[in-house]
Design a protein around this ligand. Sequence first.
Ligand SMILES: [Fe+2]
Ligand SMILES: [Fe+2]
Length: 263
Amino acid sequence: MTRSVASAIREALLECDPRAKAMMTRKVARDWRLGRLSFVFDVAMPTVPGRPEAPELLPPSRMPKRGKGGSERGRIALWHALAHIEFVAIDLALDMAGRFGGEMDERFVGDFLSVAADEAMHYALIDRHLRGLGSHYGALPAHDGLWEAAGKTSHDVAARLAVVPMVLEARGLDVTPATLDRVKANGDERGARILQRILDDEIRHVRFGAIHFAEVAERLNESRNDLWKTLVSRHFGGAVKPPFNDSARLAAGLPRDLYASLA
Ligand SMILES: [Fe+2]
Ligand SMILES: [Fe+2]
């Protein structure tokens, strides 16, 4: 008898050690692809996933200000913040597949497990880069805003898709090009390559969100744009802020008429 995909996902979510979680996540995605896990949802996902003892998690308002990234300290702060985003992104993608997979379908599970595997790779690349700068993930505090967004949408797959890939990950498409330019300007070629790869992958992540959201909207017989706007207003406090990376958003399946009216 093959193991249930839900129990494999749950185990990866509960893992506290970041490197172990990244490896376990890639294995879950691989096992799913190879047909070693069954489409069975017999265990619940944890409310809070496993976290390492460090970094200390602070509310966003208590995070120390980080400069523009020119100094050594500023560069470390930037890569540490990125490592944290990717670490939480692993859990967000795992939770998407494990919490909502049963009410969706196999394709949904496969799509978000492939996202989880990408996030695990992003995390590993950034952690290695951070170590090259003489630091490591956990050396600085981080904030827990990303996981909070997940907690507010645990009850509803449409709300989760609307907020996590279609607002938060789409925001990554908007801000990454400027970070990339800054990293290049500092002469950090390897860092620039990592960010370019992440940007390319994130377009795919947002697209998966947009595709599955459109399918849910159709099933509910609702207009995709209206449903998205309602759910974002209800479950995502902050406004959807310009500047927008319109071309990357369009490539990801988010046309301007969708988000411009919420800006
Ligand atoms: Fe990522
Ligand atoms: Fe992502």
